[in-house]
Design a protein around this ligand. Sequence first.
Ligand SMILES: [Zn+2]
Length: 134
Amino acid sequence: MGRLRRKKMHKGDKPLKEKYRTKRRTKDFDEIHEDMKPSNAEALLNQELDLDKPGGAQHYCLHCTKYFIGPRALADHFKSKPHKRRIKALQVEPYSQEEAERAAGMGSYIAPKTVEVRTQDAKENMQVETVEGT
Ligand SMILES: [Zn+2]
């Protein structure tokens, strides 16, 4: 009954934390598209003061699902690379049931290649450049 030499059983093991780190996970694009619907967007952009959220949840970027601490930070964010990249990515409309039905000849088919995604209008009197392209 000799003891077998154990192989490296834990090669490549990652710390558990890393594997299950979901805290920073943001919403999926289809969820964001849902949020971008005017009825939802309205509510998200005019949230009640929530002191648990950065900036009391008063400065929210709809497209990046992020809170900012103030109008300045939000304006800066709108000009940032990650935000612009995301706007671009969001311009491709997700596949929807409605679209499928239109394609199947139920109702008039309007081909939606892209959706117009604009940085939300800034509150107050800050200057925010509009997103390039149409
Ligand atoms: Zn953003």
